[in-house]
Design a protein around this ligand. Structure first.
Ligand code: TYD
Ligand code: MG
Length: 454
């Protein structure tokens, strides 16, 4: 029996140290070190655990692979985010806050897999609980096995018996290996178990989907230390008070990270939302001030999003600022520009910003809609519901061009908008007559102010 060793691990990034440290030298976070007892296993144990084989160097020309073998999940949104399906032998991590719908998404995907044999391992729920949930969602389309298990040794025995074509593990924080002394969910356990599944996936070609919980404050150890081991990191997010859920790839070795999948959580599971704009815009009230529509692009897809602002006189000495679904620092920057250029009296106002539907937007083209919604609430004049906008705003209040403006304009026309506000620098070579929508060109933010509120 090897001697037990103790190490300290950073909860944030997994940095390993032989002594306790106040500040992590890797990620710079304070007070994140936990002690764990680690049993160094002999390499032979690890190899036998996954039926290890010797590998030989091969000339690259002689390496064979089949291009068409991506496994389709029969869920278009999921496939899109993966880059066209699951690559054989890949290890995927699905992260997200507890209760956001990770188990539901993978269970639903598993049920929909036609003609495949798969194994769903849960360390969180019993077989009966999984079945109860599955009954709400639908009938299995393939051969699906479920097992409630937390030990890697037993899991690999089950795998040996079932010989699945796809393995799902819910969640990595509940699984533990006997070779390591620390408890399930600790950094060393997570790292070890992830590595075991990685070896299994690479050697057998069976893709493995792991679920990993993340919390906003990072108190749960985890997914960060797995990020470099797995082939793709998918994140499931959304505001729990709204039905919308977004699936995005934070890392993907086999596809782009720009694509997004959008779902709606219903009583019967997750529904794919192929055309989010129509839903997001249908709930608009046409006469209220403080609301503006942005023509954003997420991945290759245009999504029209409503931005809402509330500007009011500050009741307390320090004005309050709040941004939901938008970067707080960027909001501060936009407010400073508005103060300088549009006479917006920042110091005496509370500003609350909300992106409708609980979505989170990273496309900078939303800037103009954010700025205009703030101005609209400030002067209490509504922006006509037939107007949408797509432009970035610079530090001097200049309205800057955005990528693929033609696509945004065309989509705005299709959705029935009558005017789209874009940057003057975005319209070179654009055949305006081609579009059934008026294209309004702006150079600085004052232009938008004059056109909307003067
Ligand atoms: P779950 O998949 O258990 O979340 P996670 O695995 O990320 O922790 O989903 C939890 C929430 O989803 C739960 O609060 C109830 C809701 N839900 C529905 O609204 N409809 C459904 O069909 C299912 C299965 C869950
Ligand atoms: Mg779960």
């Amino acid at each position: 029996m090897a001697k037990a060793k103790r190490y300290f691990f950073c909860r944030e990034c997994g940095y390993q140290s032989s002594s306790w440290l106040g500040r992590c030298p890797e990620c710079g976070k304070w007070n994140t070190f936990d002690e764990e007892v680690v049993q160094r296993e002999t390499p032979s144990i690890r190899q036998s655990a996954v039926g290890g084989q010797q590998s030989e160097p091969v000339r690259i020309e002689e390496v064979k692979y089949d291009e068409t073998v991506r496994m389709q999940t029969h869920c278009e949104e999921f496939d899109r985010v993966l880059g066209g399906g699951i690559v054989p032998g890949s290890l995927l991590l699905l992260g997200g806050e507890p209760g956001i719908g990770k188990s539901t998404l993978l269970l639903q995907t598993a049920l929909a897999m036609k003609g495949k044999r798969l194994l769903y391992v849960s360390g969180e729920e019993s077989e009966q609980q999984i079945k109860m949930r599955a009954d709400r969602i639908g009938e299995p389309q393939g051969e699906m096995y479920v097992v409630s298990e937390t030990s890697t040794k037993r899991i690999f025995e089950h795998i040996e018996a079932v010989k699945p074509e796809l393995l799902i593990v819910d969640s990595i924080q509940t699984i533990s290996s006997e070779d390591i002394d620390s408890s399930a969910g600790s950094i060393s356990q997570i790292r070890e178990c992830t590595t075991l599944f990685q070896h299994y996936a690479k050697q057998t070609g069976v893709p493995v989907l792991l679920i990993g919980h993340i919390t906003k404050d990072g108190t749960l150890a985890g997914p960060k230390v797995m990020e470099h081991i797995v082939d793709a990191v998918l994140q499931f997010e959304g505001d729990r008070n709204y039905g919308f859920r977004i699936l995005r790839a934070l890392k993907n070795r086999f596809g782009s990270t720009a694509e997004l999948g959008i779902f709606e959580m219903l009583n019967s599971g997750l529904r794919e939302v192929p055309n989010p704009s129509e839903i997001l815009l249908s709930q608009r009230d046409e006469t209220l001030s403080g609301s503006a529509v942005s023509a954003t692009l997420e991945g290759a897809r245009p999504i029209f999003i409503e931005v809402q602002s509330l500007v009011s006189s500050a009741v307390y000495g320090t004005p309050q600022r709040n941004a939901n679904g938008f970067d707080f620092r960027r909001l501060s920057m936009l407010l400073a520009v508005l103060e300088k250029r549009c006479g917006f009296k920042l110091g005496a106002k509370d500003v609350f910003l909300n992106i409708a539907g609980g979505l989170r937007v990273s496309d900078p083209a939303i800037d103009l809609a954010v700025a205009c919604s703030i101005l609209s609430s400030n002067v209490d004049i509504p922006i006509p519901p037939t107007v949408c906008m797509a432009a970035e705003m610079g530090l001097n209040g200049e309205i800057r061009p955005v990528t693929r403006v033609e696509q945004r304009i065309a989509e705005a026309g299709r959705l029935g908008f009558e005017k789209i506000f874009v940057s003057r620098y975005n319209t070179k070579g654009l055949d305006k007559k081609k579009y059934p929508i008026e294209i309004v060109e702006l150079a600085v933010i004052e232009d938008a102010f004059r056109k909307l509120f003067a």
